[in-house]
Design a protein around this ligand. Structure first.
Ligand SMILES: Cc1cc2nc3c(=O)[nH]c(=O)nc-3n(C[C@H](O)[C@H](O)[C@H](O)COP(=O)(O)OP(=O)(O)OC[C@H]3O[C@@H](n4cnc5c(N)ncnc54)[C@H](O)[C@@H]3O)c2cc1C
Length: 406
């Protein structure tokens, strides 16, 4: 296999994982990133057995598991009735299956450290604007028009707002986003240290608490707290006092009062907006889109970072072939096609059951979907969906999802 010159645009989960995998295959890799010091944005996330499988292949699985919180169950009650309407257990797949929730900075640091130890070049303070073709080469340019070199392949890992994919995307900004904050893990109270727990009122209110482990080095264990909010209500939320908003939170979920005591200022909460789109063909001549740059959705099914890791691995597997480059990129698309299609469709379908103004959808969720999910087959179907294992994550390519030791 001929070694390629590869520019990776974006130093997030997808970009860092792709850089490591492609460097290990012998390609010459350079990463471009807009930030002076690359850093992760956001709160915490769940690594599914799929994402953990990719990290294990990178030799980082055990470190991620040691830092994070083991997640065995996703659990939700509707208020004020207190009925359980979501109860997904990974153990429906076998007793050794589980997820791991991590602080974003912890995942970022693991990947970033591995990239720097491998000696991969990261070029900071570069805002990528375009990529153009010059003969057989691809040339990325910065915002000021500077040419950033000439490469056999440019990998777009710039996230959901990638300017390299923008012209080809029909972007839908979802009506609901969420406020996110990292808070100390509540020692007191009845919260499970191994579950994502949620409370709902219809589909218009939702709060969640996710244990996300520690950043290592003696740092304390933390939790991610989130509160669903309609985009157009964000200015009104900012105008209210935090104490006033907390009264809403406590009305929905009184037990979180002590846990959220550390939130005293609006700026401790980050408002995340969610886009939904899927690129039909995530590549052109000399350019391939991976991670959120190739598709994006709400985090309701908790798959985004896992999909980014799977994309990176699929690209590495496809580039190992001896075919012309464009055919190898077509193979990358084939490897991920059904997995991406299924999860994008499932996310589009499920999100309004949890985040919308509908009165009908939460009714169906509570009185039809919840009882069905408790049937023996129903719990397995849901667990496979959450684990990212409904269809083969890498199509025909070899892939082993992570299964722990029970
Ligand atoms: C609040 C929230 C909760 C989530 N929860 C989960 C979860 O539980 N499980 C899960 O799997 N996923 C979750 N996700 C989704 C997950 O975070 C994303 O899918 C994942 O981070 C995508 O990784 P990426 O590398 O493609 O993009 P990103 O992480 O967005 O990385 C893009 C990188 O490109 C850089 N960049 C952007 N534009 C430019 C430019 N023009 N020039 C140079 N550099 C640029 C950015 O600075 C960044 O470093 C969640 C997302 C959100 C917002």
């Amino acid at each position: 296999m001929k070694a390629l010159d590869i520019a990776i645009c974006g130093c997030g989960t997808a970009g860092l994982a792709a850089a490591l995998l492609l460097h290990r295959q012998g390609h010459r890799v350079r990463i471009f990133e807009r930030f002076e010091t690359p850093r992760p944005l956001g709160s915490g996330l769940i690594l599914q057995p799929t994402g953990l499988g990719v990290l294990s292949e990178l030799g980082l699985g055990d470190a991620a598991i040691a830092l994070g919180a083991r997640i065995d169950r996703l659990f939700g009650r509707v208020m004020p009735s207190n009925r359980v309407v979501l109860d997904v257990r990974y153990s429906a797949l076998g007793r050794d299956w589980h997820g791991v929730a991590l602080q974003r900075p912890a995942l970022f640091a693991l990947l970033h450290q591995a990239v720097t130890s491998a000696g991969i070049d990261i070029v900071p303070r570069v805002e990528i604007a375009t990529v153009e073709r010059a003969g057989e080469q691809s040339v990325p340019r910065g915002l000021d028009g500077t040419r950033l070199g000439s490469f056999d392949l440019v990998v777009d890992a710039l996230g959901a707002r990638s300017p390299l994919a923008a012209a080809r995307i029909k972007r839908k900004v979802l009506p609901y986003g969420a406020l996110w904050a990292n808070i100390p893990w509540p020692q007191a109270g009845s919260f499970s240290a191994n579950a994502l727990e949620q409370r709902y009122f219809r589909a218009s209110r939702m709060a969640g608490l996710l244990p996300i482990g520690s950043r290592g080095g003696g740092e304390p264990r933390m939790a991610a707290f989130f509160w669903s909010l309609r985009r157009d209500q964000f200015p009104a939320w900012r105008a209210r006092s935090i104490a006033d908003w907390k009264r809403d939170v406590e009305r929905l979920w009184p037990e979180t009062a002590a846990a959220t005591a550390s939130i005293i200022d609006h700026d401790q909460l980050v408002f995340a907006q969610y886009d939904h789109f899927t690129l039909r063909t995530p590549y052109t001549d000399g350019l391939v889109h991976i991670g959120d740059a190739g598709r994006s959705t709400s985090p309701q099914l908790g798959q985004g970072a896992n999909m980014a890791l799977l994309d990176a691995l699929a690209l590495a597997r496809a580039l190992q072939r001896e075919d012309p480059l464009l055919e190898r990129l077509a193979h990358y698309r084939r490897l991920r096609f059904w997995h991406v299609r299924l999860f994008q469709a499932a996310s589009a379908m499920f999100t309004p059951f949890y985040q919308s103004d509908s009165r009908l959808l939460p009714f169906v969720r509570d009185w039809l979907a919840a009882p069905l999910s408790r049937l023996p087959i129903g719990d397995m179907v849901l667990a496979r969906l959450v684990a990212g294992m409904t269809v083969a994550p890498l199509g025909s390519a070899r892939f082993e999802a992570y299964r722990g030791r029970a």
